[in-house]
Ligand binder design. Structure first.
Ligand SMILES: Nc1nc2c(c(=O)[nH]1)N(C=O)[C@@H](CNc1ccc(C(=O)N[C@@H](CCC(=O)O)C(=O)O)cc1)CN2
Ligand SMILES: Nc1ncnc2c1ncn2[C@@H]1O[C@H](COP(=O)(O)OP(=O)(O)OP(=O)(O)O)[C@@H](O)[C@H]1O
Length: 206
């Protein structure tokens, strides 16, 4: 039987890239992470979409991810409504976005990520969100994204790509060291329209 070789067998696999990029972000010091988060927050607050109170889907950063705690608090204090992802209890590998405030109760999900306890009345449909901050492990020169490998955000962004959430603006948040020139892609990958790093707003729409 004829064996199918990958098209470019010398190119690193997604798994290999994921490992390298996770190691790169893990190598950053606590001070560098804090500085990166502050620089991103400054850039975010200049975006046209955030000049009036809106509904923002963020994430609760863990481990070496770009920290979002200060950002999420600043957004809430600035009058924005913030929602965070909760793993869907029935539809595997899907996310629900839950509105959070000072009354929110918390639990750890199966990946040890704190998430608000699921209360149906706090679910924010993606149709009602204006901005979605997307965590990522890597991104490339045309906006392709590499995540943690669960396909959670790919599934979330599939509806956006299909035009079901016309008011939603996805924005990847990343350290500069998460950029690679080109990522191998799969059919389900949805390129991001924008990625913000400490030094640059990458706009892939034009
Ligand atoms: N902060 C945050 N929340 C998020 C995500 C994320 O990337 N970051 N997700 C984005 O999809 C969803 C959770 N998805 C995840 C998918 C896989 C793993 C995972 O495989 N973790 C490995 C450890 C990987 C490592 O750090 O080396 C594990 O549990 O063994 C974690 C989260 C929803 N919430
Ligand atoms: N829209 C989709 N519908 C069905 N399956 C999907 C979809 N998107 C991704 N998947 C599945 O999810 C799995 C993980 O995908 P991938 O490795 O691209 O995740 P990722 O982008 O790194 O993770 P995440 O989106 O959670 O950040 C793949 O095996 C793929 O089959």
């Amino acid at each position: 039987m004829k064996r199918q070789l990958p098209q470019n067998s010398s190119a690193p696999s997604r798994q290999q890239l994921r490992r390298e990029l996770l190691a790169a972000r893990k190598a950053l010091s606590a001070a560098e992470r804090k500085q990166a988060a502050a620089a991103i927050q400054t850039q975010l607050l200049t975006l046209a979409e955030l000049q009036q109170p809106c509904s923002i889907g963020s994430y609760h950063s863990v481990r070496a991810e770009l920290p979002t705690h200060t950002l999420n608090q600043a957004l809430q204090h600035g009058g924005h409504s913030v929602a965070l992802p909760v793993l869907h209890p029935i539809v595997k590998h899907h996310l629900l976005m839950l509105h959070i405030d000072e009354h929110s109760e918390w639990r750890h999900n199966e990946y040890a990520i704190p998430e608000p306890v699921l209360e149906c009345q706090r679910v924010v449909p993606l149709q009602s969100l204006h901005v979605l901050f997307v965590p990522l492990v890597g991104f490339d020169a045309v906006g392709n994204r590499l995540g943690m490998g669960g396909g959670f955000y790919d599934r979330t962004l599939a509806g956006w790509r299909a035009g079901r959430y016309p008011n939603l603006h996805p924005i990847g948040l990343a350290y500069d060291c998460q950029f690679v020139e080109s990522l191998p892609t799969e059919a389900w990958d949805v390129p991001l329209p924008r990625v913000i790093t400490p030094t640059k707003i990458w706009d892939f729409r034009c």
